[in-house]
Design a protein around this ligand. Structure first.
Ligand code: ADP
Ligand code: MG
Length: 451
């Protein structure tokens, strides 16, 4: 592995810190190349940013009605009923969450969509929803999709560990309609297809008109923003509203300084050579990144010296979860006893306090870089819209990483201040739990109001 080479933990850690550090000049250079890639993507040149048009603009806040929403994230499927009161309130009277079985992520597309149809079926039963009515459903699909209108779109490529066969290149809204039919669910009309970032922005701006960006920090990471339709050359003159939401697909941004651990993680992934930013930032990968460094530290005899089997306890890929990092970094007990409990559950029964402090420090190094990169790309989008950050911008953020990782938001704010000084106060991060699902219903409402 290409990691640092010194022998004592102190020297190793400082070398690790400098490998993972993002000083101001590097953050500024990320922002600059991000702008170049945005520009190339919008004009249809080859770019690591797909800049996908969503065929919808933000809501006015006056949209009303009852809708269903289906949110396929990277980890869970959520089915929601959403009520919009026309006065910026979107309430969720019913919601059910289902974990996507790993077998269905990697099997056939038909099996995956049958699983989703069964989730809808369970939701209807659980909440005793009358199947004699017809419900408009918005489908949030958290993968890159090429849309030509609001109700359909073809999967460009799977991300986040999904490989289900026979879906790439197909219309995913169509696959859902077929699966609903196959499972005899006739009370659902799929009226809108939307990305999770777009849903999050819709939900954020329904609540707060200053919201002009949607961000996901969950299993994966991505962002979207409002662009002038006339700047979106790839629309080929498609006539629409003055503005349209553009899904950046920023998980694939590649101009980043990568360490040997990043390369190792990428090589072992199902989508080698792509999604470099996502692999450095998101919930699916941070735990694994930490595990790779930890294994290196164990093998260099810098940690867990009391446990001759330490390598084996962490030898399984993905066995260290991002939630565990969050628990370790958030452990306020003097002896780090929560961390000790976690380590015991992994089989490390004799860790010392310095071991646990070292592990906590390692989690901090990996998560701080993730937060700094996230903040850099949020800043890049906001300065694309408003170069000196003179206006107030609300950024709606959904995803369990942002919501659950102690200190992640604070670390992002530090980077905003580093980049923008006092003007960083103009950036407001707004937690938008289930925004991707609620917002899809809002997108369905915007669509319905135009028909
Ligand atoms: P999805 O991406 O499927 O919409 P979520 O937004 O719930 O789902 O994100 C799930 C991801 O968030 C998982 O990768 C998980 O590791 C991570 N995660 C969940 N809880 C936490 C937490 N408390 N701290 C950090 N990461 C978390
Ligand atoms: Mg999600």
């Amino acid at each position: 592995m290409n990691g640092p080479a010194p022998a004592a933990p102190g020297a190793f850690i400082s070398s690790l810190e400098s490998c993972f550090a993002l000083p101001l000049n590097e953050i500024t250079s990320i922002v600059r190349s991000f702008h170049e890639e945005m520009d190339r993507g919008l004009s249809g040149q080859s770019s690591s940013l797909k800049m996908l048009p969503s065929f919808v603009d933000v809501p006015r806040g006056t949209e009303k009605g009852s809708f269903l929403a289906l949110d396929l994230g990277g980890t869970n499927v959520r089915v929601l009923a959403v009520e919009l009161d026309g006065r910026r309130n979107a309430t969720v009277p019913a919601v059910s969450t289902f974990a996507v079985p790993p077998g269905d992520m990697e099997g056939t597309g038909a099996a995956l969509f049958d699983f989703i149809a069964r989730c809808i079926d369970s939701f209807l039963t659980e909440h005793t929803i009358d199947r004699n009515n017809l419900y408009d459903l918005a489908f949030t699909f958290s993968f890159p999709v090429a849309q030509k209108d609001i109700a359909s779109g073809a999967l460009i490529a799977w991300t986040k560990g999904f490989t289900a066969r026979g879906v790439q290149g197909e219309d995913v809204a169509g696959l859902l309609r077929t699966a609903l039919k196959r499972n005899s669910i006739s009370c659902i009309n799929v009226t809108a297809l939307t990305n999770d970032t777009v849903g999050t922005l819709a939900a954020g701006s329904y609540l707060d008109p200053a919201c002009d960006m949607g961000v996901i920090l969950g299993t994966g990471t991505n962002g979207c923003y409002r662009e002038k339709s006339s700047n979106i050359k790839i629309l080929n003159g498609y006539v629409s509203d003055e503005y349209m939401i553009v899904n950046l697909e920023w998980g694939n941004f590649a101009t980043l300084k990568r360490t040997g651990y990043d390369m190792h993680l990428d090589e072992a992934s199902v989508n080698e050579g792509s999604m470099f930013l996502e692999k450095m930032v998101s919930g699916m990968y941070l735990g694994e990144m930490t595990r790779l460094v930890l294994i290196d530290m164990i093998q260099r005899e810098l940690i867990f010296l009391n446990d001759p089997d330490a390598t084996e306890h962490f030898s399984t890929k993905n066995s260290l979860k991002t939630e565990h990092m969050s628990l370790i970094q958030g452990d306020q007990t003097t002896e780090l006893s929560k961390t000790d409990r976690y380590l015991k559950s992994m089989g490390v029964t004799s860790s010392t306090l310095p071991d646990r402090l070292l592990l906590s420090h390692l989690c901090g190094i990996v998560s701080s870089r993730a937060a700094a990169i996230s903040a850099a790309v949020v800043s890049a989008v906001l300065t694309w819209l408003d170069p000196a950050l003179e206006e107030r911008h609300t950024v709606a953020v959904d995803g369990a990483l942002f919501e659950g990782y102690a200190g992640f938001e604070a670390a992002m704010t530090e980077t905003f201040t580093l980049l923008h000084g006092n003007n960083a106060d103009n950036i407001k991060l707004m937690k938008c739990k289930d925004g991707s699902g609620r917002g899809a219903a809002i997108v369905a409402a915007v669509t319905a109001s135009k028909q």
